[in-house]
Design a protein around this ligand. Structure first.
Ligand code: ASP
Ligand code: MG
Length: 467
């Protein structure tokens, strides 16, 4: 079996954690499996790099940052690599990568302009520092291992900050570079999060993108499974911070996983599923802090025995934009043009058939800018009274998700009954015709209460009953 396994920032957050990663990778390879490791940056490092870049672009480059990063990674190297020759090779590699980082920041502090391209070059450094350490830790356990930069493997578009893979080119490069290593019994350790354009310019796949890297590489190598090692026991029925009795879901489908990732269950990056799904490669979500827990398996079928709602999520930090009036015909297309122009991502839309009100949900950070742009673009309609108001209000979106909600009668009744019973007011509703998701807009302050009420109403604390 060929397994691509990704470890997140907390899973590689210290020397001890990195040793554990090496142990998990070598143990997984032991039965004769081929293993590719994908690593995130050590926890906190990407944020530090982004802050350093911001500071440098305002003329405040702090050389302490380089020192701090060197010390943190060198301490790990000291703890995990006993052999002096390999240790100095790793330290030199780290130093070289920090040199590049420092030069980029120094240049930035002169030109004062932080372009997305430069931000990617800087923020991608964390993975490039972590991979040599993880490879050294694997080698220290007696399995040959080399660090490989994903800039050599993943060919992307030039959308800096959120690049997309070009799969044919990625497949060719990844196979040519990694298959020989795998054939020799090595465990390659690949940097998550980054890729490069066809011309070799470093790109990133977006924050939290290492999951996506693992899925892309899994697809490129025709892996048998993709394992995402994180710090929780898989995908849960709700966020345990909202619902203490939330439970791990043993099996979910690709579509449920993508609904859940999209609707705020932070376990998976929302794009992760796409490459795996296209090739029907099962994805496992596992806990590196609790490795014997079976976690969640994501596949085509999911759990055929579970009816109705499988999980309840909440997205906070979003705002409801409402456009209302009595002359709204034809406004919708123009309004969404404006939103697209502002490059704002719409999480949910709702319009009643009277057409007197259209509302949608976007990130609160983007709301003031989008409202201003809407008021400008629809100025004439506002002046003529066709539109009465364009309003914005901070809210939460609570969603009930499950493949087999489709065709199960009574779900909407249970949802609204539970919320009514809990005294929660619902401002807007949306159900896609896939019937896999009912989304509700509630007051931000009611979010946790709403999630708890739905979790209880659908008895999600209990394992699904077989039919
Ligand atoms: N290190 C990157 C981030 O923090 C990518 C990842 O962790 O998946 O966003
Ligand atoms: Mg991270």
């Amino acid at each position: 079996m060929l397994i691509v396994m990704k470890f997140g920032g907390t899973s590689v957050g210290s020397a001890e954690r990195i040793s554990q990663v090496a142990q998990l990778a070598t143990a997984s390879a032991a039965p004769g499996h081929r293993v590719v490791v994908v690593t995130s940056a050590m926890s906190g490092v990407t944020n530090l790099l982004i802050e350093a870049a911001g500071g440098a672009s305002r003329g405040r480059w702090d050389p302490q940052v380089r020192q701090q990063l060197f010390e943190r990674h060198a301490a790990v190297a000291g703890a995990i690599v006993a052999e002096t020759g390999r240790r100095s090779a790793v330290l030199e590699e780290i130093d070289r990568r920090l040199d590049r980082f420092e030069k980029l920041c120094f240049g930035l502090s002169m030109v004062h302009e932080l372009t997305p391209r430069l931000l990617d070059a800087i923020s991608g450094t964390g993975e490039m520092l972590a991979a040599p350490l993880v490879a050294a830790a694997v080698a220290a356990r007696g399995t040959a291992s080399s660090a490989v930069d994903a800039t050599e493997l993943i060919v992307t578009t030039d959308q800096f900050g959120g690049a997309e893979p070009i799969m044919d080119a990625t497949r060719a490069r990844t196979g040519a570079r990694l298959q020989p290593l795998l054939a020799r019994g090595e465990i390659p350790v690949v940097t998550g999060f980054i890729g490069a354009t066809a011309d070799g310019v470093l790109t990133t796949l977006g924050r939290g993108g290492s999951d996506y890297s693992a899925s892309i590489l899994g697809a490129a190598l025709d892996a048998d499974e993709i394992w995402i090692w994180t710090d929780v026991d898989g995908v849960m029925t709700a966020n345990p911070a909202d619902v203490p009795e939330a439970r791990t879901l043993a099996e979910i489908s690709y579509s449920e996983a993508s609904e859940l990732a999209y609707y705020g269950a932070k376990v998976l990056h929302y794009k992760t599923i796409v490459p795996a799904f296209r090739q029907r490669i099962p994805v496992r979500i596992l806990n590196s802090f609790n490795p014997t827990h079976p976690g969640t398996r994501v596949s085509v079928e999911g759990d055929a025995s579970a009816l109705g709602v499988k999980a309840v999520t909440a997205i906070r930090g979003v705002s409801l934009i409402a456009i209302s009036g009595t002359g709204m015909q034809g406004i919708v297309a123009r309004a969404f043009d404006v939103v697209a122009d502002q490059q704002s991502n719409v999480l949910m839309i709702s319009q009643a058939s009277s057409e007197n009100n259209i509302c949608f949900v976007i990130s609160t950070v983007e709301a003031p800018r989008v409202v201003r742009a809407l008021r400008t673009a629809l100025e004439v309609d506002l002046a003529r009274g066709h539109i009465e108001e364009i309003a914005s209000q901070p809210v939460a979106v609570v969603a009930a998700v499950g493949d087999r909600m489709r065709g199960t009668p009574g779900i909407a009744a249970t949802v609204f009954g539970a919320l009514g019973h809990a005294g929660i007011n619902v401002t807007a509703i949306s159900q896609g015709s896939s019937e896999r998701n009912i989304s509700l807009v509630v007051d931000e302050a009611d979010a946790a209460k709403a999630v708890r009420a739905l979790h209880q109403a659908f008895r999600l604390d209990r394992a699904p009953q077989a039919i």
